[in-house]
Design a protein around this ligand. Structure first.
Ligand code: ADP
Length: 276
């Protein structure tokens, strides 16, 4: 008397629950690991320029520079380390805002061609410096206006075109706008194609993770925070779109932004000829 009866059903559901619990624990473990990796990486990224700033100010303060030119070099290093730190901190703030869902994205009138044109104008000097071609192309007809967030779209485009120029030595970069009407709502695709160094197959997806750089030896040469693509993809997703990549090492990469357009009713369409 007084015993507890447990039916087979109960046991099955207990087992089921403990499997669910294990799964949830695994997911939490991997999220925690990602978080501590992130913090370790971030501390490392901050410590390097910080040490340069403290080290070189100490040298200057103690009057250890050999001559004026030597001191000027130290000052230049301090300045670029400070600039890098500021970029890093801005990126970290942006990333934490999008991760926490606190980045507000708008859906207002936005002119994708005009915007891409402005970004290319602003960044074009980098292409000239490296003697690279930088073209803007419209494939078919695209809407003059879509519903999106112009400031965020500019940020994504600046990051993708900046990367394309950074990782290309010969040839150039083509930005292509095209409308994909197979789905409703229609999607505007912006492809940023380069003829640069490309990315190894097993790294193409990872480069969207925070702090991942495809090749650290290359990146030491090129600089960067390793956060740009993580931010770009999350921003695009917050706008109901995405950023994806395909690449052939040694031949080049294509980063594609897909954006839902909002209703195209009554919207003027543009083609390449109209824009020349
Ligand atoms: P960052 O450029 O600051 O390192 P990103 O998140 O923008 O950070 O890019 C992450 C990594 O992805 C880069 O370090 C580089 O290895 C790789 N990558 C991004 N864009 C390109 C590109 N167009 N061609 C080749 N590699 C790229």
């Amino acid at each position: 008397p007084g015993g507890v009866l447990i039916s087979l059903d109960d046991i099955t559901s207990i087992e089921q629950n403990s499997i669910e619990l294990e799964k949830a624990k695994d997911a939490a473990d991997s999220a925690n690991r990602a978080k501590s990796d992130f913090l370790a990486n971030m501390s490392h990224e901050i410590r390097t320029p910080m040490n340069a700033i403290l080290g070189f100010t100490e040298i200057l303060r103690r009057g250890y520079s050999r001559d004026g030119a030597d001191a000027a070099r130290h000052l230049a290093t301090i300045h670029s380390s400070g600039t890098h730190l500021l970029a890093l901190i801005n990126d970290i703030l942006d990333l934490s805002k999008v991760e926490a869902g606190r980045m507000e994205v708008e859906a207002i009138d936005c002119q994708p061609y005009a915007l891409a044109h402005q970004v290319i104008q602003a960044i074009g000097v980098r292409a000239k410096e490296k003697n690279l071609q930088l073209d803007l192309v419209v494939d078919g007809r695209i809407p003059e206006t879509i519903q999106s967030d112009p400031a965020r779209l500019r940020q994504i485009l600046t990051n993708l075109i900046g990367n394309a120029l950074k990782f290309t030595e010969h040839g150039g970069v083509t930005v292509t706008l095209a409308l994909d009407t197979r789905n409703d709502p229609a999607a505007l695709r912006i492809d940023v194609h380069d003829t640069g160094i490309g990315i190894a197959q097993n790294k193409v997806d990872q480069v969207f993770d925070p702090f991942v750089q495809a090749d650290s030896s290359v990146n030491r040469r090129f600089g960067g925070t390793g956060l740009g693509l993580a931010i770009s993809r999350r921003l695009a997703r917050a706008m109901g779109g995405d950023v994806t990549a395909t690449s052939v090492p040694g031949e080049g990469s294509t980063f594609s932004i897909a954006l839902t357009t909002g209703s195209l009713e009554g919207v003027r369409l543009l083609d390449d000829a109209a824009l020349q």
